[in-house]
Design a protein around this ligand. Structure first.
Ligand code: SF4
Ligand code: FES
Length: 381
């Protein structure tokens, strides 16, 4: 395994590690950010390798580990992995659907030092939630799971991904978060990559609905000050400026896939020309500092106009590389979600058009589905 080169000294340490322990999941959400080509169980890293990765992450300066998937509790060793985080002093956040075996493992996770739980909720009305998640009887399991989290005294965040199928429930998500005793609610409008890109026409809300959802969140933030923190992720296609995706490429986040590929963001594999290094061949520090995928879009040298001369270039880092590839056909282009992109008007028009049409059926997330990835010909340019 390669050692960390001196180059590492010049690069700030990542703050967070997204550990995608498995792609297995009982839910089949049509907006899942996992890749279309999901890893099978037979390719997953073993326990010892994850424990080494976590040890290297702690040495590199990582503070938070997001134990994610798929459904991380589908792994038999989730308790051991969580215990390793605790022993290394890493703050552990379990990102879970709360269904399947999650409830049965919660006490053991708490006992070994789990710090935080982020529970996904697909809807407020059970029938709607279960249609979106593609699993019957999921909602009562989630409610029972949430009750157990707060009973244990673990901090609970609810994560609601918002789209046209549940945007009418934003007020209800807020009430649900209060009722369940959550400390934080994420009202996260869908970001269109992975499965959400494939399902975009089924998920795209219209601008009036988006504006209304933002007003509801702003009013609730005032009303619930000191009781519930509400994070709002606005939908890119209707935004003025893009978000600093993943906190900026290769700046804050390191993402390890179930089979051990290390990515700068969870959708980076959609950029097919990038070379991803593997935890079984390189140390995490070496990958962070030197792997071609991380160095490709780190900083600002790679930028084209209008980003290159824009005074926001070190605020949003040019937006999302994966979205730039999907929409502009060039991962180094300005994210077309930005109003300064020459493609922004087309993106906006596309959103308006899709939101006005009758939504098609969902293409549910499935391992081995063989859905073709969007290619250059699908781009707007
Ligand atoms: Fe951000 Fe580039 Fe848009 Fe400027 S032009 S706001 S740097 S995406
Ligand atoms: Fe990859 Fe935004 S999802 S950079």
């Amino acid at each position: 395994m390669n050692a960390i080169t001196p180059n590492a000294a010049a690069i700030p340490a990542p703050v967070g590690l997204l550990a995608e322990l498995t792609h297995r999941c009982p839910l089949r959400c049509p907006y899942c950010s996992n890749p279309l080509d999901l890893d099978r169980r037979s390719r997953e890293l073993d326990t010892a390798t994850w424990q080494r990765v976590l040890t290297e992450a702690a040495a590199l300066g990582v503070l938070h580990v997001h134990l994610s998937g798929g459904e991380p509790t589908a792994r038999n060793d989730i308790v051991e992995i969580t215990e390793t985080c605790a022993k290394l002093g890493l703050y552990s956040n379990l990102i879970t659907s709360g269904v399947g075996g999650a409830l049965g493992k919660l006490q053991a996770l708490y006992d070994v030092g789990l710090d935080h739980v982020q529970l996904s909720v697909q809807g407020v009305d059970a029938a709607n939630a279960e249609k979106i998640g593609g699993l019957k009887n999921a909602q009562p399991q989630k409610m029972e799971f949430a009750a157990k989290v707060t009973e244990l005294g673990l901090p609970l965040t609810l994560n609601s991904v918002i789209h046209r199928g549940n945007i009418h429930e934003v007020e209800g998500f807020i009430d649900l978060a209060v009722k369940l005793g959550a400390k934080r609610l994420e009202v996260a409008h869908t970001q269109y990559y992975g499965w959400a890109y494939v399902n975009r026409a089924a998920l795209m809300p219209d601008k009036a609905q988006v504006d209304q959802s933002i007003r509801i969140v702003e009013a609730a933030r005032e009303r619930l000050k000191g009781q519930l923190v509400i994070d709002l992720v606005v939908p890119d296609y209707y935004a003025k400026y893009p978000k600093a995706c993943a906190g900026g490429w290769g700046r804050k986040l390191i993402n390890v896939t179930p089979q051990g590929k290390v990515l700068p963001c969870h959708a980076a594999e959609t950029i097919s020309h990038l070379e991803f290094w593997h935890v079984t061949e390189h140390s995490l520090g070496d990958i962070w500092a030197n792997s071609p995928a991380f160095t490709a879009y780190r900083g600002t040298d790679w930028m084209q106009e209008p980003c290159r001369s824009c005074d926001r270039r070190e605020k949003d880092w040019g937006g999302c590389r994966c979205q730039a590839l999907a929409l502009a056909g060039d991962a180094a282009a300005t994210d077309p979600a930005c109003s300064l992109s020459p493609l922004h008007a087309k993106v906006r028009a596309l959103a308006v058009e899709e939101a006005a049409e009758t939504p098609p059926d969902y293409t549910y997330r499935t391992i081995g589905a063989n859905i073709p990835a969007p290619n250059k010909e699908d781009a707007l340019s």
